[in-house]
Design a protein around this ligand. Structure first.
Ligand code: PHE
Length: 333
């Protein structure tokens, strides 16, 4: 049995075979186990001799199995290592680098201009309450912008903000005047996609509240900002407009960047880039809704389309380009 076991051991070259072999000799019903079990029927002289031999054979087989096991493990490790050989002199795979998005660049540029003018930057959530987005902003119950065909409602009281103006409300509720903040971020409207519209776009909101703030402060701030952004030769034009949250309200056009106001095909000969910005004096109701006394304080607010500004700045005529993340487009900036 010893010889047979050792011979079989030598011919074993798989770990599973080795286990079979262990069971065959040393398992519960193994050959050697049978011998040891049968010892009861031997005479008292035979018993120690057979016992000794059987034990020697057991140790021999056990050690043999251990050795072969080590050898097989070593071999399989070497096979694995050989398969994993790594040539560190091979050139690596090129990973395409990310690129700063032109829109984020423009947003930071705008924020930097306002910071240099003494504004602080605040953030507001994209998911807002209907109260902050409409009610507190003095938006009438029947205002068309409240319609579910214009606004993404999540529940009756929660929506995706349709503008950055709710950040005005949050700021005024949490802080006392004087206030001087801007806040930029994503906004959402139920618009079909075309060259100038996208259901997700970006606005930057500004708010100043203090004693004795007038329309002159508003106009000066906007003019300074536009000249800082586009150059000192830029002109602005304030057209009367209506927003529920400001009174009086205005829309601002700036000189067409292509012809600098002379009139070209890009501006339909008008010389103006239209509707870059909405603004006005904060409505007394809005101040009141936020616990600020309109008899003591007044303020102005403005909101501008960041995507619009980016498009005017870079001469992009299709808003889709800003959101498709095509590297051939993004790499140009
Ligand atoms: N929230 C307005 C809009 O989305 C813009 C605006 C902001 C107008 C602040 C006036 C004051 O059109």
């Amino acid at each position: 049995m010893k010889e047979r076991a050792l011979l079989e051991l030598e011919n074993t070259n798989k770990l599973e075979e080795l286990e079979q072999l262990r069971i065959k000799f040393l398992g519960k019903k193994g050959e050697l186990t049978q011998v040891l079990r049968g010892m009861g029927s031997l005479s008292s002289e035979e018993r120690p001799i057979v016992g000794q031999v059987a034990n020697e054979v057991r140790v021999l087989i056990e050690n043999g199995i251990e050795k072969v096991k080590e050898k097989l493990k070593e071999e399989s490790k070497n096979i694995k290592l050989n398969a994993e050989i790594l040539d560190i002199s091979m050139p690596g795979t090129q990973i395409e680098k990310g690129h700063r998005h032109p829109l984020i660049g423009v947003m930071e540029e705008l924020e930097n201009i306002f910071m240099s003018m003494g504004f602080s930057i605040v953030q507001g959530p994209e998911v807002e309450t209907v109260y902050n987005n409409f009610d507190a902003l003095n938006s009438p119950e029947n205002h068309p912008s409240r319609d579910p065909s214009d606004t993404f409602y999540i529940t009756d009281d929660i929506l995706l903000r349709t503008h950055t103006s709710p950040v005005q409300i949050r700021t005024m509720k949490e802080n006392k005047p004087p206030l001087r903040i801007v806040s930029a971020g994503r906004t959402f409207r139920f618009d079909d996609v075309d060259d100038t519209h996208s259901p997700m776009f970006h606005q930057l909101e500004g708010l100043v509240v203090d004693k004795n703030i007038t329309m002159a402060n508003l106009k000066h701030t906007i003019d300074m900002f536009i000249r800082e952004l586009f150059g000192s030769q830029m002109k602005t034009r304030f057209r009367p407009h209506y927003f529920p949250f400001t009174e009086p309200s205005a829309e601002v056009d700036v000189s067409c960047l292509k012809c600098m106001g002379k009139g070209c095909e890009a501006c339909n000969g008008t010389g103006w880039s239209m509707e870059l910005l909405g603004c006005g004096m904060v409505h007394p109701n809005v101040l009141r809704n936020c616990g600020i006394d309109p008899e003591i304080y007044s303020g102005f607010a403005f909101g501008l389309g960041v995507d619009r500004i980016a498009m005017v700045k870079y001469g992009i005529n299709n808003i889709r380009l800003l959101f498709e993340n095509d590297m051939r487009f993004l790499n140009q900036f």
